[in-house]
Design a protein around this ligand. Sequence first.
Ligand SMILES: [Zn+2]
Length: 353
Amino acid sequence: MVELHIHLDGAIKPETILYYGRKRGIALPADTAEELQAIIGIDKPLSLPGFLAKFEYYMPTIAGCREAVKRIAYEFVEMKAKEGVVYVEVRYSPHLLANSKVDPIPWNQAEGDLTPDEVVALVSQGLQEGERDFGVKVRSILCCMRHQPNWSPEVVELCKKYRHQTVVAMDLAGDETMEGSSLFPGHVKAYEEAVRSGIHRTVHAGEVGSPEVVREAVDTLKTERLGHGYRTLEDEALYARLRQENMHFEVCPWSSYLTGAWKLGTEHAVVRFKHDQANYSLNTDDPLVFKSTLETDYQMTKEGMDFTEEEFKRLNINAAKSSFLPEEEKEALLDLLYDAYEMPPPAAAGLHP
Ligand SMILES: [Zn+2]
């Protein structure tokens, strides 16, 4: 399996949070991994702000600590290896893990000496050591945050600086219902610079935000993929255009249920995507908070929406094709999948877009 949409800070082991809570003397609302998971995790649909509030519990135990930041990256790769993932792109905001040269300092931390730049260096090291030890190919995506356009210029510079150390792209995350946030000059300029420097781009849009947010992501921010993108379907003309352009939708089924982005009893966007044989992938988003693994998302679509093995193969091949790997590495990943699926690779090389 290939996974393109997962947040590093939403994929931490509860044991690791407890460990650093104790070590650093940061109070947590639980003493065991099970209790902690129960408090951080969600079972029933929650609003997006309610969901984002979960991070307040545990981010202070990891942020600002060099050892913790590197360790969550390393353990992330181990986690994905156990799930049978062969390639993953993991995203995070370097600023939300820092406690120095970041304004404001997140999570009510005291000022320290871990900068966003060093966070990227540490995460990249952790990921690379994980790649080596667990045999999963990993790349990373650095997130801009909608409410902090002042961070975005540095995000794109860090993408450039660390582009040969796992970083392949930039994302825009956070609350997309924040009025006009796609058009904040800080974000727009950073995305322009990404285009200029050959940094790949994705944007969270159309999860809870309107089709207009999707349009801004595509037209203004020149995104190459859409994080979620479900509400694109409310604008048939826009959807038809994006289908034409072979836009990739990073679908997170279980996440969309628990964040309330998808309402039970209505048709899930991914059913339409399947019906239209659109370009999309299945992803976990924040497995710590959603108490899930990639298997949860595959089971949900298989049992609740009649997805077949055939469709799973097709969507994983599309995920590989829409990954942000350089062409040659993409070909190698596709060969790996064709092999695993016992499918003949397309005869003509030209068939790979
Ligand atoms: Zn996300």
